[in-house]
Design a protein around this ligand. Structure first.
Ligand code: 5GP
Ligand code: ZN
Length: 118
């Protein structure tokens, strides 16, 4: 299944719900979190509907790797300082006990000058 009609992030991928996009290619979309938990808070998602990590296929591994590879690039573009004095946090909420609310896999990228809570 490429998209799930009931999935919020699939609707964002399809443009049915607007988002502040910061990156897009054939397989990946990145946009600003609507409720930022840090000065910089991005979400990096696969365009295809992968609900959670254990539902990723072996053939999705390069896609997951590319999402991770994008994190430092987009963090820098959005204003995170590079290196030891700057940096950012990457998080995946996976399942109810992992705090997941939207069941379409996404990387949270959080950064900007501390203090911020997460
Ligand atoms: P999680 O599922 O990892 O707990 O978090 C989902 C994230 O999606 C939350 O940080 C929430 O603020 C964000 N979010 C929920 N709805 C929307 C939306 O319609 N647009 C955007 N840009 N972010 C959203
Ligand atoms: Zn989806």
């Amino acid at each position: 299944m490429l998209h799930d009609a009931d999935c919020l992030f699939c609707k964002i991928v399809q443009g049915a719900i607007p988002s502040e996009k910061v990156y897009e290619d054939e397989e990946i979309l990145a946009f600003k979190d609507i409720h930022p938990a840090a000065p910089i808070h991005l979400l990096i998602i696969p365009k295809k509907h992968i609900p959670m990590l254990e539902l990723a296929e072996p053939s999705d591994v390069p896609l997951l790797g590319r999402m991770m590879e994008l994190a430092p690039k987009l963090a820098k573009e959005q204003g995170c300082k590079s290196g030891k004095e700057g940096g950012f946090k990457v998080m995946v909420h996976n399942g109810a006990d992992g705090g997941q609310e939207v069941y379409h896999l996404h990387l949270h990228v959080l950064g900007g000058p501390r203090p911020w809570k997460k």
